[in-house]
Design a protein around this ligand. Structure first.
Ligand code: SAH
Ligand code: SF4
Length: 390
């Protein structure tokens, strides 16, 4: 005879307003309770139901029996000398993703992951070696932000001016436009004025160029757009970013020109990873200027962050400066994004690979010692993980 199990508790982090309202309605509560619970979870950052004093004891007890307000588990936190902080977060199924805080002049941006791994195999990107394990849910995307906010003690939601975690960039692991529904739901939660309340102009979504979804992103989400360009000619982009074979530069540029709200005040950011001998010549800079004609834009020149086995190198800094000057003289903002957190493996995807490698060797050691295999990573592709980063 099977023993009936209690259903798993519902995590309120990542639920939309409507979902919270439905949950409470099903508990027999009045509609105004939804606003109160929303406030506790997303404005106050409260995780303990007994502290949610406006809710009344019976409801608090009921919630504590059936729900949790849970962040992803922080497996490892690293701090760089330059103020960059990086968290490796583990979700209940054992999968892991990275979130990085990048300090700017007075505050900073939180770089959030949208997938575990990535289906796109950009040659210079470490995440591209990891195969997609799965999309992150809205719970997990919002959870990354909330875990980082816990670390900065920024609860209740501070005013826009006084926040350390002022901006959010969807620029971590994964392609956000291939996980559109979860990303859109998470952005809706992050924007809500009575909760976390990050303003739309402080959220940037970075895409490798999923053209049809760029249109949808512009129409429905209206966040700032960053496009990982990395080459001004199809021959080169086809090689380093295979997605270009599906959506070539002309189509990508057309989608950028149409991006709603793109104006001089709200320009599209073109990210350009500088790869020695691949895309860093003066001719490349001039081709780039020609390519982006008519798009209100700025550039971010990113020195390639090396990783073992990539086969790419970062050009010398004076080379990058020369490239930046050509763009600058043509009237474009083109800052060189000095590498952040190199001492803590800041290249996209590196911390997770590091963790997978550790878990893979632990797993092998356990097998060799004849131990039961109950500590193996839940969904991590062990062979790929250990092979990808030889
Ligand atoms: N998939 C999305 C967002 C995540 S990648 C995209 O491609 O835009 C975030 C940025 O980091 C991209 O511009 C990517 O090209 C860049 N990047 C990846 N690997 C890098 C490396 N080794 N050095 C420097 N930048 C890198
Ligand atoms: Fe994926 Fe972006 Fe890396 Fe390309 S650069 S493999 S799209 S995460």
């Amino acid at each position: 005879m099977s023993i009936p199990q209690n259903p798993a508790p519902v995590n309120l982090v990542g639920l939309s307003r409507e979902e919270i309202a439905t949950l409470l309605r099903e508990m027999g509560e009045k509609p105004f309770r939804a606003k109160q619970l929303w406030h506790w979870v997303y404005h106050r950052g409260e995780t303990d139901f007994s502290a949610m004093t406006t809710l009344g004891t019976p409801l608090r007890t009921k919630l504590a029996e059936t729900c949790v307000v849970a962040r992803p588990h922080v497996v490892r936190e690293q701090r760089s000398e330059d103020g960059t902080r990086k968290w490796l977060l583990r979700f209940p199924d054992g999968n892991e993703a990275e979130t990085v805080y990048i300090p700017e002049d007075d505050r900073g941006a939180l770089c959030v992951s949208s997938q575990v791994g990535c289906t796109l195999t950009c040659r210079f990107c470490h995440t591209g070696t990891q195969l997609l394990v799965r999309n992150l849910t809205a719970h997990e995307i919002v959870g990354q932000f909330m875990a980082a906010r816990d670390a900065y003690g920024e609860w209740p939601s501070p005013t826009d001016e006084s926040r350390q975690l002022s901006n959010i960039v969807l620029m971590g692991m994964g392609e956000p436009l291939y996980n559109y529904d979860n990303v859109a739901k998470a952005i809706g939660i992050l924007l809500d004025n009575e909760g976390i309340a990050v303003s739309r102009r402080r959220i940037t979504l970075s895409t490798s160029g999923v053209v049809p979804m760029i249109r949808r992103c512009g129409a429905e989400l209206g966040v700032n757009l960053a496009v990982s360009l990395h080459a001004a000619r199809d021959e080169i982009r086809d090689e380093i970013m295979p997605i270009n074979r599906k959506y070539p530069l002309a189509e990508l540029m057309a989608a950028c020109r149409e991006y709603p709200g793109a104006s001089n005040a709200r320009r599209i950011t073109f990210e350009y990873v500088m790869l020695k001998g691949v895309n860093d010549s003066e001719a490349d800079a001039r081709a780039l200027i020609k390519l982006v004609e008519g798009v209100p834009c700025k550039f971010n020149l990113i020195p390639f962050n090396p990783w073992p086995g990539s086969g790419f190198e970062c050009p010398p800094i004076r080379h990058i400066e020369r490239f930046a000057n050509i763009l600058f003289e043509a009237g474009y903002t083109a800052p060189i994004r000095m590498p952040r957190g190199r001492d803590i493996l800041a290249a996209c995807g590196q911390l997770r690979s590091d963790s997978l490698r550790e878990r893979a060797s632990l797993h092998k050691a356990r097998l060799a010692a004849g131990e039961a295999d109950d500590h193996a990573p839940a969904a991590a592709p062990l062979a790929d993980a250990s092979g990808a980063v030889a």
